[in-house]
Every structure is written in structure tokens, then in C-alpha cells.
Write a protein that binds this ligand. Structure first.
Ligand code: T3D
Length: 272
């Protein structure tokens, strides 16, 4: 395992920026001219960066976008089809790109923090919602743009939205494709917090630094249990809590947390 305080060799990508230092992995979607919309190259780079993030050195991931957008979903200039030409197989795009992306974020054994710096549309909106803690700039907006082009919400939208905001609001967002402000998204419980634009980076930084010094294994199990609750009944969930607590009760961080409490000092968690 790579020591958690190490900086990994810098990797340069064309469509994203990636950095891993002091336990914090940072990914910035970086196609600002296209509002950071996804092409297959960006998918490939993001997949690689997430694999590096899960490699042992990171204790938190921060995801954000460059420029005035977070992400405008699929790059539609990749999708224009001449009349009569063979249409693209969007099912294979979901299978090969969006489904693995959402599952990779969900399965990362650490908190994933998303700082939505601007518009988040289509799969870009649902990418944000698949993260564990979502902060948004007050000027950011969320658009389930799929209905505007005859598609179904993907990247987990039909799963995430009703669970986050309830069926009525999920239906309204998905069928009408109206723009939802960051403030309304917070009021509806769709995101953790909406903050003033000039505070977004600082607030996100505060959260990721907090997580970088946190009990990562316990946080990872907490994330896992809360996400699993969407499919489990109460008994299954209680079983999961039992199993996780058994595992965590043997962890270094639990021992350190209790010792620090008793000794009235700040704990020094190692993440295991
Ligand atoms: O295909 C598959 O693989 C299946 C999976 C699909 C997943 C999806 O995400 S489908 C949904 C795709 N996304 C959208 O439908 C959103 C399209 N974009 C917009 O509706 C608007 O751009 C926004 C509401 C996001 C922002 O509007 P606004 O007025 O702030 O900016 P703009 O002027 O529309 O866009 C600025 C530029 O970005 C513009 O380029 P230009 O004219 O300056 O050269 C625009 O074309 C480009 N852009 C924005 N979104 C996309 C895009 N280019 C390609 N693809 C985009 N998705």
C-alpha cells in the first residue's frame, strides 16, 4: 500500500486534471469550451484516475469542473447523425462508460465530495448526485436535460432522483427538464449544501481536509451502509450494521478514537 501522506507520481491527462497528495485525490473535469461534457477520451481518463484514487493513498476524492460549468453530460457533437445514417448504440455507451463510472464512485472506499461549480446537465447532473457529499455554488443549476432530446435520465438518474427528492419531484424534474437552482436543490434535500460562489472552493477544501484526517474505513462502511439501505429491508440493514461494527471494533481508528476521547485529546486517525 502507498503511504497515505505520499504524493503519487503526477499523471497528466488531456480532458481532466488529477492530483493526489496528502490523502486527497482531486479530479477536475477539464473541457471548459464544451462545458466539460463527456467524450470517450474523458471517460477513459476519469476511469483511470478513479482507479488510482482507489489504490490506497487517497482518503477522500474531490470532484469539480473547470470554467463556468460542472458538466453538461454527454458531448452531443459526438452524437449528431445524418438522416439515414446508422444511429449510435447509446446502450453500449451506458454499459461501457456511464454505468461503470457511477458504480466506481459508489464503490470507492472513501467519501466522494462533489463541488458543483456551475451548470450540471444530463449525465453531468446525475454524476454529481452519485457523489456522497454535494456542495453547489449558489449560481449552479441542475437540469435533467434528457427529455429535451428524447432520452431517459441515465447515469443513475432514475434511481437517485426519487430517492433524494421523492417521486413527485423526480417526475417533474425528469419529465419537464426544468432548471433547478442550487438553492432549491438544497431546500429539496437533493444536495448537502448551497454556498456563495466565492466560498465554494474554500468550503470544499475544508470538508476534504477533514475527511483526509478521518477514520476512512469507518467512513467507507458508513457510505456503503447508507447506499445499501435503498435496497435493503430493516433486518438486512441491521445485519449489515452488525457486521460493519464488528469489523470496525477491531480497527486501529476505533481504538484511537476511544483513547483520544478518554484522554481528552484530538484523535489521530490512520484510516484503517
Ligand atoms: O449519448 C450517450 O452516450 C447516452 C448518454 C447520454 C447522457 C447525457 O448526458 S444526454 C444529455 C446531454 N446534455 C444535454 O442535453 C445538455 C446540453 N447543453 C445544454 O442544454 C446547455 O448547454 C446548458 C443548459 C448545459 C448550458 O446552457 P448555456 O446557455 O449556459 O450554454 P450554451 O451556450 O448552451 O453552451 C456553451 C457551449 O457549450 C456551446 O458551444 P459554442 O456554441 O460556444 O461553441 C455549446 O454547444 C457547448 N455545449 C454545451 N453542452 C454541450 C455542448 N457541446 C456538446 N455537448 C454538450 N452536452
Amino acid at each position: 500500500m502507498i503511504p497515505p501522506d505520499a504524493r503519487t507520481d503526477p499523471v497528466s491527462y488531456e480532458n481532466i486534471r488529477f492530483d493526489l497528495a496528502d490523502g486527497i485525490a482531486r479530479v477536475t473535469l477539464h473541457r471548459p469550451d464544451k462545458l466539460n461534457s463527456f467524450n470517450s477520451a474523458m471517460h477513459g481518463e476519469l476511469r483511470d484516475a478513479l482507479a488510482r484514487t482507489g489504490d490506497g493513498a487517497a482518503r477522500v476524492l474531490l470532484l469539480t469542473g473547470a470554467g463556468r460549468a460542472f458538466c453538461a453530460g454527454q458531448d452531443l457533437s459526438d452524437r449528431a447523425v445524418a438522416p439515414g445514417a446508422e444511429p449510435p448504440d447509446l446502450g453500449s455507451s451506458i454499459e461501457n462508460f456511464y454505468k461503470p463510472l457511477v458504480l466506481a464512485l459508489r464503490r470507492l472506499p472513501m467519501p466522494v465530495v462533489c463541488a458543483v461549480n456551475g451548470v450540471a446537465a444530463g449525465a453531468g447532473a446525475n454524476l454529481a448526485l452519485a457523489c456522497d457529499i454535494v456542495l453547489a455554488a449558489r449560481s449552479a443549476r441542475f437540469i435533467q436535460a434528457f427529455c429535451r432530446i428524447g432520452l431517459v435520465p441515465d447515469a443513475g438518474g432514475t434511481y437517485l432522483l426519487p430517492r433524494l427528492v421523492g417521486t413527485a419531484r423526480a417526475m417533474g424534474l425528469a419529465l419537464l427538464g426544468e432548471t433547478l437552482s442550487a438553492e432549491q436543490a438544497q431546500a429539496w434535500g437533493m444536495i448537502w449544501k448551497c454556498v456563495d460562489d466565492d466560498r465554494l472552493a474554500a468550503e470544499a477544501e475544508q470538508i476534504v481536509r477533514h475527511f483526509a484526517g478521518g477514520p476512512t474505513l469507518g467512513l467507507a462502511r458508513t457510505k456503503q451502509a447508507i447506499h445499501a439501505s435503498a435496497a435493503n429491508d430493516l433486518a438486512a440493514q441491521l445485519d449489515m450494521e452488525r457486521d460493519f461494527q464488528r469489523e470496525l471494533g477491531r480497527s486501529d481508528d476505533y481504538r484511537e478514537g476511544v483513547a483520544a476521547f478518554v484522554e481528552k485529546r484530538v484523535p489521530e486517525f490512520k484510516g484503517r
